[in-house]
Write a protein that binds this ligand. Structure first.
Ligand code: NAD
Ligand code: TDX
Length: 329
């Protein structure tokens, strides 16, 4: 199979390319990525001489380049996006251009060439859940995005479904919860926290720290995409989540501090994010029932593996650190 992966130099995309080529070494991957601040070719340096992997620098909003690449592949796995909620509060427009318009341009090329399309969505499109409840998002939860980021991702999901219903394009969608793991840009909560602690800065906890995310190890996410691409029902959406019971940001910080032998005096409470979603929780029964997928059982082991990865990959994240902290100045 020949795949076009968009956004493959980003966090999840680069993990996905590693995962896929290890599992399906005879497949071929073309990685289309603009190399924005979030794209890092160093994450894929081990594949430089792999004849099954090609990198193309380009914008998913460029119809010519997209059409040319789509014309030669069997499957598109679409990760490319502006992905950071805090940046979408500072500058929403680029989120609409990349996430909404870029997805439409890819869909149009897929329609022209009849190409199978898998779209990477987020659980943030469903809005926020209350604390201390058993409520979870599922495939029937109404959309209720709260940030410019999640609104733009909601727009892209709607377009993907519209291309299925209107044009019969063979699509699938996964909406997943917060990923963590190797190669995550130091701008996100867990990666920022670890790299702050490794550079003698405090952990920045927004607001009261009692916000809950449904943490998903990135390898588990890659496995879910693999399952849906190969065995998912065309036109369907699958929600993908983690295995932790509700765990809040402060509790995550305590675990990371413990792994690094530090104490809670390293925590600094900072101004809250405007419109901050209180809690996300994902019901992944459908993908489990239909495809047998489930997340890794040991969250603490995955978190420790992530801390260890950052400890041994300073050369990867250190050059990115000042740029990612600059948006908070
Ligand atoms: P990321 O920000 O780490 O990477 C995004 C990649 O897309 C970068 O390599 C960037 O250079 C590239 N890109 C951005 N604009 C582009 C454009 N116009 N043309 C081509 N390439 C462009 O993101 P991520 O965390 O790896 O997320 C990947 C996907 O998964 C996104 O669609 C995101 O919405 C979704 N998602 C992420 C999470 C998470 O926890 N990180 C959770 C749910 C869903
Ligand atoms: O320094 C921080 N301190 C802090 O308390 C940062 C960066 C975040 N936070 C909080 C905000 C959230 O409650 O931690 C939680 C996680 O924040 P982010 O890592 O920014 O993730 P989130 O906003 O939940 O969105 C992420 O998951 C869903 C990804 O960035 C999205 O791309 C994905 O769709």
């Amino acid at each position: 199979m020949k795949l076009l992966v968009t956004g493959g130099a980003g966090f999840i995309g680069s993990n996905f390319i590693h995962y896929w080529l290890a599992k399906y070494p005879d497949d071929t991957i073309v990685n289309l990525d603009l190399l924005t601040y979030a794209g890092h070719l160093e994450s894929l340096s081990d594949l430089k001489n792999n004849p099954h992997y090609t990198f193309v620098k380009g914008n998913i909003t460029d119809p010519q380049i997209v059409d040319r690449l789509v014309s030669s592949v069997d499957l598109i796995v679409h990760f490319a996006a502006e992905s950071h909620v805090d940046r979408s509060i500072l500058d929403p427009l680029i989120f609409i251009k990349t996430n909404v318009l870029g997805t439409q341009i890819l869909l149009e090329a897929a329609r022209k060439h009849g190409t199978r399309f898998h779209h990477i969505g987020t659980d943030e499109v469903f809005g926020a859940l209350p604390l201390n409840s058993d409520l979870k998002f599922n495939e029937n939860t109404p959309y209720d995005p709260q940030s410019p980021y999640s609104a733009s991702k909601a727009g892209s999901d709607h377009l993907v479904r519209a291309y299925f219903h209107t044009f019969g394009l063979p699509v699938t969608i996964t909406n997943c919860s917060n990923n963590f793991g190797p190669f995550q840009d130091p701008e996100k909560f867990i990666s920022r926290m670890i790299t702050n602690l490794l550079t003698n800065q405090k952990v920045k906890v927004y607001g009261d720290g009692l916000y809950v995310r449904d943490w998903l190890f990135v390898e588990d996410h890659c496995r879910a995409i693999d399952d849906v691409v190969h065995r998912g029902q065309i036109g369907e959406t699958y929600l993908v989540g983690g295995l932790t019971e509700d765990i809040n940001n402060l509790q995550i910080a305590q675990k990371v501090l413990k792994h690094l032998g530090k104490d809670e005096s390293e925590i600094e409470y900072v101004t809250d994010r405007p419109g901050h979603d209180r809690r996300y929780a994902v019901d992944w029964t459908k993908i489990n029932r239909e495809l047998g997928w489930e997340p890794t059982k040991d969250f603490d082991a995955c978190l420790k593996a992530t801390v260890d990865w950052y400890l041994s990959h300073e050369d990867w994240w250190k050059p990115l650190k000042s740029q990612s902290e600059a948006i908070y100045k």
